[in-house]
Design a protein around this ligand. Sequence first.
Ligand code: HEM
Length: 208
Amino acid sequence: MTLTSTIRNANALSGLLLVLFLVVHLGGLTSVLGAPASFEAYASGLHHNLWLRPLELGLGLTSFLHISLSLQKALRNRQAGNTADLVSRRGEPLAAWASRSKTIAGVITLGFIGLHLQQLRFPRPLDGHEREALVHVLQQPFSLAMYCLGALAIGLHLVHGAEAAHRSLGWLDPSNKSSIRFGGRMLAALVSGGFLLISLGLALDVGA
Ligand code: HEM
């Protein structure tokens, strides 16, 4: 296995792990609008779980790996004079757009995460006050705009990432190409739409 394919595989696997985190994170947030008491119980249960620290550490390391491997891959492609991603794929405007904007989508996501962690993780809201803290954050117009932008960037990044990860791992072939592409777009719409709806719902304090 060459260094380039090792980088490609590790990057794809780290991306898939981050998608798993996003799905779990969104799942944990679903009760925040309709069932505030069970959301608070879920949040404080999570905070007191012994596994949380190692999981947070793993998430941090996976994110670091994903970002640094993506940068290395982009650098190697540039050095090799590979401009394939910049050429529009006829008949696939969404895929071509998602591929072209992967860097900007990644940068917006990173900026959003920086703000998000500073607002809700460092420090973390007190037990029983998680929803109150979220409503406070999302009722600030700048934060709401950043959360919406972050959710859209994540969706765009997933449209590109789902297909790219399967290609890198060698799991994409002509027979499963369209179902992988369809599945990737469904996942992107679900994750992006879910975070958008929850952000808007919290800004309007729905279900208080
Ligand atoms: C509706 C949008 C979102 C809401 C309301 C939300 C809410 C939260 C809350 C409440 C926490 C703190 C959890 C705790 O108390 O420990 C958190 C942590 C976190 N969120 Fe979000 N989140 C949203 C979207 C996102 C998105 C789109 C991403 C990724 C791109 C993300 C990444 C993270 C990360 C990395 C953490 C830290 C996890 C940890 O170390 O415990 N969040 N989020």
